[in-house]
Structures are given as C-alpha cells and as structure tokens.
Design a protein around this ligand. Structure first.
Ligand SMILES: [Zn+2]
Length: 648
C-alpha cells in the first residue's frame, strides 16, 4: 500500500545506528558500533551495528538485518507497520490510497481490525468532546476525577453513548464491515439483536507499542449492580491481553531515558502518574502479571518498581508477580502505598517531586517487602518464620544471576537471622529439584516423540553443500559489485575494465553453474537484471530488500566477522584492504567454489558407481568412469590455478 518511492525515502532516512540507538546503548568500536543485544540476554556485548553497510547483527543469537527489520523485530510490527513507524519518526509523509469498503475487504484481517479500532477510537473521542451526552456524562466524570485536558487528549480517552447500537450504526454507515466490528468485540451480535459492547462507558483505548489502537477498556458510569465496573475488549487477532501493558506506547521513551519502569494496576493509575509528571509507568490492567509482559518491559529497562495498593488483600495474590520478574533477571523493587491509598489517589494527592521523594524513601527490595508482609507481627512464631524463610528462599532461587543471588542471600540472612550456609543449602535443594523436574519432563517428551512418526527431514543450513564457498563469492559480489577488479588488454591501444559482477556472472554462466542456495540464486538473477542500471547499489538493494529471505541472507553475508581468512592474517604481518586485492580475492573465491562443486560431482559419481554391479552394468560403469576422469582433469586444472593464486 506504500509506494516504492516513499519506501526508498524511508530507507534513505532511517540511518541504522540512529534507529537502533534509540533502543540500545551503542559504543564506537572501529568503524562499527557495539552494544548489548536487545533480543537475547548477554553479559558481554556481541551486537554490532555497521553504519556503512546499513545493518545490525548479533553474533550471539544471530539476529540481524536493516533498520526496518530491526523495528519489525524489536517493536513486533509487520513490514508495512515498521515502514510507517519510521516514516513517522523521520516526518516522511506516507501516501496511501483512499480506503473504500471494497479495498478494505481485500486488506488482510489484522489490518482491517486495526483500522476499525482506529475508527472506533476517533468516534468515542469525538462523542466525549462534542456530543451532548458525551460532554455531560463522560467528560464531566473525567473532570470530576481531576483528569486534565492534555491527558484526556494524550491517552485518547472517549465515551460510548448510552444508546444500544449508536456506534455500530455509525461505523456501518462509514462502510466498516460487521465482520470486523464483531471480531474486535466492539459490537456484540446475536441472531435477533445487535449492540455496542461499550455502551454508556468511558473509554480507555489500549495501544500497541507502535501507537495503534488494538483494544479498549470501558468504565461504566451508571449505577448498575449487574454490570461490571470495567469491561475490556475480548482477546482477538490483534489483542493478546497477556502480551500488552497499558501505557507502554506513551511510556517507552521515558522508560529508556530513566532506565526504570513503574508498574501499577489500572488505567487511571497510569494517567494520574503522568499527570504528576512521572511518565515511565505502565499497568497490567487488572490481570496477573505475565512473563510476556515482563519481557516487554525488559526490552526497555532492567529496573522495575512494582507499586501496590495499601490494602493487603490483593497483595498476597500478586506476590507471584515478583518471582516472575526475578526469574526474568530484572531488578525488582516494591513500594507499598499507605493504607487506603491506590496509585491513582496517591499520585493526585501530591506533586511530582513529593511523589518521587516518597518512592525513593519507601521502596524496598522484595526481601524486606516479603518479610514485613508475611511475618506481620508473628515474628516469634517458629512455624510462620520457617514458612516465610522458605518463601523468600524460593524467590531468591529464581534469580538467574549468581552474584545477585548472593547479595540477596546475605541480606536475607541478616534480616531473618539465619546462617548464609543454611540458605545456600536450601537454594541448592530447590535448584536440584527444579533441574530434576526439567529432566523428567524432557524424558517424558523424548519418550512421546519416540512413539510418534519422525518428522520430515530438512537439511539444516550448515549442511547445505559448499555453503562456505558459495557464501564467500556471494559476499564479494554484494560488497564490490561495481568495483573494477582488473583490466584486460583488448589490443595494443585498448584495455577493458573487468568488474567484479561481470567476472562472477560470466564465470558461473560459462560452466552453467546455479547456486545451491536458492536464495543466493535469486540474488544472482536479480543482480543480472538490475546491473545495467547505473544507480544500482547492490549492497543496499539486497539489504533493504522487502523479501525477508533475501535481506536476511544479504545481512548474514555482509556481517561476516572475518573479511580475510585467518591464514592470510597469520601468514603476513599486514592485512591489505580487500578493495586493493579484489582480483586475487574474487578469482580465488570462484576457483574454490568450482573446486567444491567438482568434488561434489565426483562424490555423486562415486556413489552411483558403488551401487552398480561390475558384471551387469559394465557399460554404465564405463560411462561413469569417463565422467570421473574428466572431473579429475578439471580438478587438476583448478588446483594449479589455486596454487598459482596462493603464490601471488
Ligand atoms: Zn542477540
């Protein structure tokens, strides 16, 4: 839906170091930048960004690609969504064709659901601000709660009229289809009636991390005992409750900036914190915290402060959340608000400085928090003490980092007056039990797998024959496509420049060789097609290719750590620029590739010969033998060529 020229402008603007740098702290190392990979947990950085190539690559987990790939992966967006995200960042206007209902129909379901949700948000917001009912009921409620105008706007709050199906009718009139109104849960449809799910409710839109509306929360204002106070959109193709944190879109920049995230419970808690000037805050919206939600936070920071209401009832149930956070390797602090306060009321009762100061004074680590909470005036009861110690030790055991664990053990030992050795022993027991459980599970799975038919065998990438040889000339081709590698004398007065691309393509054609890796072959075919274009930038073209197979292959080829072989580096005390020895490198790569292909053919023939019977298949055997002799001749020639190259 985005035209090619716009895509090109987005790629040109989205400088990889800048795009990645928004999420990862990068340090300069030589011509590259290096940092901790945001996609896997690592202690020593192995995540490289190459501004000159326009790529990033992690040598730990293997993730890599261009700026758009990074946004797709990091922000969990589709290709088009990622392009739009970057367009927004760089103020590039995206021209999309006007949507008619017919075109809408053709778009994929997800996109349609997002569009319908976007429409609903605008409708609800308009009703809140412009409609009589919206203003007198919805807006006056928000004002009465002290929510400022700018925050109503920032969180795109709205109101759904108290009329059976006013929203649904309006949406249908605009051409939005019932199918998507139903799938997003905005409309509830039965055989003989239709109604708006959120009728008579104040609306809190829930955004994905890129800022698009994916669901809604609605708070009822009428005094209706039967109706739930808060109602949420149902799970759908675009809304997975367990993977979303309310307010993440509005908070992510501040979370990165402060390297810290506050976790509260509800919509209004988040908004009140913003109102108090603290914007690095998200909510789990009523559901128990999930591992996916914690990983979402972890993409932006390792430091979480969980803020609990003053009433103790809900707290014990939420304690499990702490263990989950610890398990993911985050540093967790806990803040218990004074009795009777919730984050919403508390944030509204003080200034931002006061609030921050209060948090600073009162947040504790989880051990102090649990101890205080669980002991709860029964400090001298040995049974309770033992239970509390057991509980805290279980929490400590979930922490993946040994050094962090030992710090907590020390603290726990002091606080509960237990010897550190005893605690270590307990933790060993828990870990032992845990690893036994894991082994048992694996064993059971292995047994089950043994009873099932074996899955179809696919060749792992490393086993593609001559993968290394193919990769090495492909890399040179991508990198030095238009470079002149040598000059050939045509006659006394004329020399012809031989470019890397011409050499490689003609060498392969001369021997009718197709690359084994089908993605490489597609790159080769496309290169031939485009090579006449003066402005064709081979490296950029394939790194920014819309086909993920192709851009991944290009990234992997260009991100190779070793540009020259180890032997080359060891034998000479100097390393020349690749560009200066292209003639040597490219011809060597092609000869080695051909050699590898010849060896493969020889092996093929050898295998065939082994299967034949010397008596009955004499003729066939002779034929194969002749082929083999031929290949051996070629092999000798290639070896000589290689030898000659090596001496150079
Ligand atoms: Zn990684």
């Amino acid at each position: 839906m985005i035209d090619q020229a716009t895509i090109q402008r987005i790629f040109d603007a989205a400088e990889v170091a800048e795009v990645v740098g928004e999420f990862v702290t990068l340090k300069r190392r030589g011509v590259n930048l290096i940092g901790h990979c945001p996609f896997h947990n690592e202690k020593t950085p192995s995540f490289i960004v190459s501004p000159s190539k326009g790529i990033y690559k992690c040598f730990g987990c293997g993730k890599g690609g261009n700026s758009v790939n990074f946004i797709m992966d990091h922000e969990q967006l589709s290709y088009v969504e990622a392009l739009k995200y970057l367009a927004k960042k760089y103020n590039i206007e995206v021209h999309e064709k006007e949507e008619t209902p017919e075109m809408l129909e053709k778009r994929n379901e997800r996109e349609s659901m997002l569009i319908v949700s976007g429409y609903a948000q605008k409708y609800f917001t308009r009703i809140l601000n412009e409609d009589n009912e919206g203003r007198s009921i919805g807006l006056s409620y928000l004002r009465q709660r002290g929510i400022r105008e700018d925050l109503i706007k920032k969180f795109e709050l709205g109101y759904c009229p108290d009329k059976r199906d006013a929203f649904t009718k309006s949406a249908q009139k605009q051409g939005y289809r019932m199918e998507y109104l139903e799938k997003t849960g905005l409309t509830i449809k039965r055989e003989d009636w239709v109604r708006d799910r959120f009728a008579a409710r104040v609306i809190f839109p829930i955004h994905n991390i890129a800022g698009r509306v994916i669901a809604f929360g609605g708070r009822i204002l009428k005094d209706d005992k039967k109706a739930a106070k808060y109602l949420n959109s149902p799970e759908s193709e675009i809304y997975h409750k367990s993977r979303v944190l309310y307010g993440m879109f509005q908070a992510k920049r501040e979370i990165t900036k402060h390297d810290r995230c506050f976790l509260v419970e509800g919509y209004t808690d988040v908004i009140s914190f913003h109102q108090a000037g603290i914007e690095n805050v998200v909510a789990s919206s009523g559901t128990a915290l999930t591992a996916d939600q914690i990983r979402l936070i972890k993409r932006f920071t390792n430091n979480v402060t969980i803020i609990y209401d003053g009433d103790a009832a809900g707290i014990k149930a939420s304690l499990r959340g702490i263990d989950l956070v610890l398990e993911e390797g985050l540093n967790v602090k806990v803040l218990l608000l004074p009795d009777g306060e919730d984050p919403d009321s508390f944030a509204r009762s003080m200034s931002s400085t006061q609030l921050l100061e209060y948090i600073k004074q009162n947040e504790t680590d989880f051990i102090k928090f649990k101890t205080k909470l669980l002991l709860n005036n029964t400090e001298n009861d040995p049974v309770t003490r033992a239970r509390v110690i057991g509980d805290i030790v279980r929490s400590i055991a979930t922490i993946p980092e040994p050094i962090v664990r030992s710090v907590y053990i020390k603290e726990c030992s002091g606080l509960l007056d237990v010897k550190e050795e005893v605690l270590y022993q307990e933790i060993r027991k828990i870990k032992q039990k845990h690893s036994e459980d894991v082994q048992m599970k694996q064993k059971r799975e292995a047994q089950r797998a043994a009873q099932e038919p074996a899955p179809a065998i696919s060749i792992p990438a490393q086993q593609i024959p001559c993968q290394e040889e193919e990769g090495s000339f492909m890399r040179l081709m991508l990198k030095f496509f238009n470079n002149v590698m040598t000059e050939e004398e045509i006659n006394e007065h004329e020399v012809e420049q031989v470019r890397v691309r011409d050499y490689i393509i003609s060498e392969l054609e001369a021997d009718s060789l197709k690359a084994f890796n089908p993605v490489y072959q597609r790159i080769l075919d496309e290169s031939v097609e485009l090579s006449d274009d003066e402005n064709f930038d081979c490296q950029k073209h394939f790194i920014n290719h819309p086909d993920p197979d192709i851009n991944q292959a290009a990234t992997n080829l260009l991100a190779e750590k070793y540009v020259e072989s180890a032997r080359w580096r060891n034998s000479g005390s100097y390393v020349e620029d690749e560009e200066d020895i292209l003639d040597y490198l490219v011809t060597k790569a092609i000869v080695e590739y051909k050699m590898a292909r010849v060896k493969m053919m020889e092996k093929d023939i050898f295998d065939k010969m082994n299967k034949l019977n010397p008596k009955n298949d004499a003729e066939e055997l002779n034929e194969l033998l002749a082929q083999m002799m031929n290949l051996k001749k070629i092999e000798t020639l290639l070896s000589k060529e290689l030898g000659r190259r090596a001496i150079m």
